[in-house]
Write a protein that binds this ligand. Structure first.
Ligand SMILES: [Zn+2]
Length: 83
């Protein structure tokens, strides 16, 4: 099991927009590249998220991001999938 550490690159799962009445979404949840900036307890980390058009920072002080390897819910992080 890999341990998160400052400077590692992981995936952050972006939040999709709410589903419309027909089930489609304007923006779907997607994996974004992110750099770990802080490591907290239970694999909660601070991230600098690299979106195609800008960066977002999620600090531990603001709650950080939780590790979710399989479900990949919006707002969580995971190790990059092997391709
Ligand atoms: Zn991913």
């Amino acid at each position: 099991m890999q341990q998160p550490s400052v400077g590692r690159i992981v995936h952050y799962v972006s939040h999709g927009t709410p589903p419309r009445s027909d089930g489609t979404q304007a923006f779907q949840s997607e994996c974004r590249a992110a750099i770990i900036t802080e490591v907290g307890e239970n694999d909660t980390v601070g991230l600098c998220v690299l979106n195609p058009t800008g960066q977002f920072f999620h600090s531990l002080a603001a709650g950080g991001c939780h590790h979710q390897e399989n479900e990949q819910a919006g707002g969580s992080w995971h190790w990059p999938e092997r391709v």
